[in-house]
Ligand binder design. Structure first.
Ligand code: BG6
Length: 491
């Protein structure tokens, strides 16, 4: 057995995701010595560029961890020296042949492994995989070739199935790493730890004690610059069908047989397949309109020149989902996702049932909801887990108050939390598939959302307009109220 080498090719190297996320994540891994000793990074894109030019572009987005700035620039130089560039078309084999030649040269004398990161628009996925897999695949037995692919994986069940079939013409399922970067976030990773290694939560994790679960995503900026992509997909496909649904699956799945990828993914598929198809009456859609605040004006979604003036694409949606199994029967899982809202936040809120026959009803004030326990996992920003409990206000009287038991990551851990892409890239190199989406999971996820997406689009359901920077359409409150629920993030 000789020494191994890993080459990572970022296809779509000049795109936003590559510059903002992938190269910085690779550097962070290098910085903390997580990359193998022998590695090479290639950028691949259409524009002509020298290695040096690519390095200049990459270097602008590299940063070092706060606590280790001392040798930062030295490390950056070392990293950049291992980055190279190859230009070529996405649908022709020529560029990939040349890439193959250069990769082979660098791999000389070592056991080669190749990772391709497809950071490209979905309409050219298959072209690239076809070209890259024919020209840049390795002789069998010498190592692995893996492809990380980014969503969107189609627009509905049908197109997603088609994409899967096309990819499988060139690749084995085990070579395909479908990324959902929310699965690489620290708090999402911690969800299973919280559930399965804390006895206090285990017995509570069901319809017997949980009244509803809320999955909330909000951003305080619009689709600026991405309107062209976004208008084709909308918030339900952009955030709900993947990021929020993946979190829901981890939240609600049964205990897996082990922590092995297949065991976890088997449980996720099961819970996804137990979910009811979403109905139109359980969805509220919204779209942001222009707004002026403090002398500053914020654009409407349709002001984007790449978005049609009469677009009905939702930039906000709220939905009530149900899992028809023994554990979750009747528990609403409420999702809410929106752009151009008042804040940037992602969180999971678990609202527990009321205490039956609560002795202290009269002491909580008039608002009985105050008295229910709520567990919050704040995924971002300022990662935290907190539990709302009721306690007595100190003093001679008897008045109850709701207080938080807090675990704030910034207080508890004096270290920076790695970016999701760092963990996922590392896992892909190590062949760890736990945090990647299997094709049957994807099918199950689309099955839940496809009918409602179709109906929304066929009927051109008009989204409720909400001002840029607001808390979103009031329709979301009515939806929750239908299930006797109040959104926990609006207090
Ligand atoms: C992406 C969506 O998957 O996730 C974007 O396409 C969204 O629209 C982004 O902005 C949010 O990711 P994060 O990690 O910044 O919360």
């Amino acid at each position: 057995q000789g020494e191994h080498t890993v080459s990572i090719t970022v296809v779509g190297a000049s795109g936003d995701l590559a510059k903002k996320k992938i190269f910085p994540a690779l550097f962070a891994l290098f910085y903390e010595d997580w990359l193998p000793e022998h590695f090479t990074i290639f950028g691949y894109a259409r524009s002509k560029m020298s290695d040096e030019e690519l390095r200049n572009i990459i270097s602008m987005t590299l940063t070092c961890r706060i606590d280790q700035r001392a040798n930062c620039s030295e490390k950056m130089d070392k990293f950049l020296k291992r980055c190279f560039y190859q230009s070529g078309q996405y649908n022709s084999e020529e560029g990939f042949h040349e890439l193959d030649r250069k990769l082979t040269e660098k791999e000389a004398g070592k056991l080669p492994n190749r990772l391709f990161y497809l950071s490209i628009p979905p309409n050219i996925f298959v072209d690239v995989v076809r070209s890259a897999s024919r020209t840049a695949s390795l002789p069998s037995g010498s190592g692995w070739t893996r492809f990380i692919v980014e969503k969107p994986f189609g627009r509905d069940s049908e197109s997603s199935g088609e994409l899967t079939r096309s990819l499988k013409m060139y690749l084995e399922e085990e070579q395909i790493f479908r990324i959902d970067h929310y699965l690489g976030k620290e708090l999402v990773e911690n969800l299973s730890v919280l559930r399965f290694s804390n006895l206090v939560f285990q017995p509570l994790w069901s319809r017997d004690y949980i009244r509803n679960v809320q999955l909330i995503f909000s951003e305080d900026f619009g689709t600026e610059g991405r309107g062209g992509y976004f208008d084709n997909y909308g918030i339900i496909r952009d955030i709900m069908q993947n990021h929020l649904l993946q979190i829901l699956a981890l939240f609600a799945m049964e205990t897996p047989v082990s922590l092995a990828a297949e065991d976890i993914r088997n449980e996720k598929v099961k819970v996804l397949r137990s979910m009811r198809k979403l109905k139109l009456e359980d969805v509220v859609v919204g779209q942001y309109k222009g707004h002026t605040r403090g002398g500053k004006s914020f654009p409407a979604y349709v002001d984007d020149p790449t978005v049609p003036n009469d677009s009905v694409t939702p930039t906000f949606a709220a939905a009530a989902l149900f899992i028809d199994n023994a554990r979750w029967d009747g528990v609403p899982f409420l999702m809410k996702a929106g752009k151009a809202l008042h804040t940037r936040r992602a969180e999971i809120r678990v609202q527990f049932r009321r205490v039956p026959g609560n002795l202290y009803r009269g002491n909580v004030g008039t608002d009985l909801d105050m008295a229910t326990n709520e567990l919050v996992l704040r995924v971002q920003p300022d990662e935290a887990i907190y539990l709302k409990i009721n306690n007595k206000v100190p003093g001679l009287g008897m008045r109850l108050d709701s207080s938080n038991l807090n675990l704030f990551y910034s207080e508890r851990y004096q270290r920076e939390i790695p970016d999701a892409y760092e963990r996922l890239l590392l896992d892909a190199m190590e062949g760890e598939r736990r945090l990647f989406i299997r094709s049957d999971e994807l099918d199950a996820a689309w099955a839940i959302f496809t009918p409602v997406l179709r109906e929304l689009e066929e009927k051109r359901v008009a989204p409720e307009l909400y001002p840029y920077g607001s808390r979103g359409p009031v329709g979301a409150h009515y939806l929750a109220a239908n299930y006797n629920v109040r959104w926990g993030d609006i207090s």
